[in-house]
Design a protein around this ligand. Structure first.
Ligand SMILES: [Mg+2]
Length: 391
């Protein structure tokens, strides 16, 4: 039986929540993001702001240049997470097969739900209506036989719309889209595809499998299938959180090694604290470095055992930074992430190895819980308050 997949994507999520909660912002260009004086970036832009060409990840200073009357609201991630939980709970009323992709979007496999709730389109319409009635927010919905096409459909439906792509319309729906719309096609693959004369998915549809396999190896087969709208990947409800990260943009570009290491420690502590709060341990530590010229690199290291220890995260991140060969270049942004979670690892019955500092971490978490985040700082972090978090 063909599957019925729904992709739900909240419209301008953070900005829409702020407009909902502050009526004076409604109908106005609004971004949620960091202080322009501190080189903050846009986390979300309202549709009114998008009319000025303002986009996510743009520096807020640039956004304000484009629109003088822009309202810049600091992010309240706690609130967004609460609203996100409300959205996900509502979606789970239609099927247990809900796979959140981020705070504001999710896939649903409703193949088994249609007998109870009506067609996938009926379910999509109900979801949109109930999100509006209960949360006063709009969502866009894409419906197809697989995740890949459903996600492209919701994007096309935005804002505040619903689009169903039936099986016999998939090929023509994909024809005009750029090759970048294909999963797994980043900048490198896209530029190679363009060199070969493929700018749109329609052009790629005419390329034989043998040629794609010769050019791209195993990845060529994926390109061939996706260009035809074929995707068998299942909706995976367990994959709620795939990685956890923090990053900081500096008020000024810096090549001060001590300062960079202190920032890595602060970021590692933030990531470690959230890992422990979510009872997660991860095996892969990722460092992100954006240089003054905006070139960005990421470097990862996989540990033999999963960790939630600030010290282990920090030491891995520091080693990655040293190995990255910065060569005196100035740095604009640093990020630290942990991924590759091992949930089973939590249940191990072996005594905790205290040499990784985890007992200390937990004690610090408890004090911070009671007295606020600034109450305990390790000696190195004192006087390092100039860097601003922008996520
Ligand atoms: Mg969204």
């Amino acid at each position: 039986m063909p599957r019925k997949i729904i992709h739900v994507d909240m419209d301008a999520f953070f900005a829409a929540i702020e407009q909902r909660d502050r009526p004076s912002l409604r109908g106005r260009p609004v971004v949620v993001g960091g202080d322009p004086e501190q080189r903050g970036v846009v986390a979300a832009a309202s549709y009114e702001a998008r009319d000025y060409g303002i986009r996510s990840a743009m520096p807020t200073a640039e956004a304000r240049r484009r629109c003088a009357q822009l309202a810049i609201i600091p992010a309240d991630h706690e609130k967004y997470r609460r609203v996100s939980a409300q959205v996900m709970a509502l979606l789970r009323e239609y099927t247990p097969l809900v796979e959140p992709l981020s705070v504001d979007e999710a896939f649903l496999d409703v193949t088994g739900s249609v007998r109870l709730f009506g067609s996938a389109r009926r379910i999509g319409e109900q979801i949109r209506q109930r999100i509006w009635e209960t949360l006063q927010l709009t969502a866009s919905v894409g419906i197809a036989r697989n995740k890949f096409v459903a996600k492209l459909a919701s994007l096309q439906a935005k804002p505040d719309g619903l689009l169903e792509i039936r099986a016999d319309r998939v090929l023509e729906f994909l024809v005009p889209l750029p090759v970048e719309a294909l999963w797994g096609v980043g900048e490198t693959t896209a530029s190679r595809l363009r060199q070969l004369g493929f700018t749109t998915i329609g052009q790629l549809q005419r390329c034989p499998l043998e040629r794609l396999a010769a050019e791209f190896g195993k990845h060529g087969r994926d390109l061939y299938s996706l260009a035809r709208g074929l995707d068998e990947s299942p909706v995976q409800p367990g994959r709620e959180r795939k990685s956890l990260s923090h990053e900081q943009t500096f008020a000024e570009d810096t090549d001060d090694g001590e300062f960079l290491e202190a920032t890595l420690l602060a970021l590692s502590e933030q990531v470690g604290r959230r890992l422990r709060a979510h009872e997660l341990k991860g095996r892969t530590i990722t460092l992100k470095v954006r240089y003054a010229d905006f070139r960005t690199i990421t470097r990862s290291k996989t540990l033999p055992r999963p960790t939630d220890s600030d010290k282990q995260i920090y030491e891995s991140a520091r080693a990655l930074l040293a190995a990255a060969g910065r060569g005196g270049r100035k740095v604009r942004l640093l990020g630290v992430g942990v991924s590759h979670f091992d949930v089973g690892e939590q249940l191990r019955l072996l005594p905790e190895d205290s040499s990784d500092g985890s007992a200390v971490d937990r004690a610090i978490d408890e004090v911070r819980e009671r007295f606020g985040p600034g109450s305990v700082r390790r000696a190195r972090l004192v006087d390092e308050g100039t860097a601003e978090e922008d996520r």
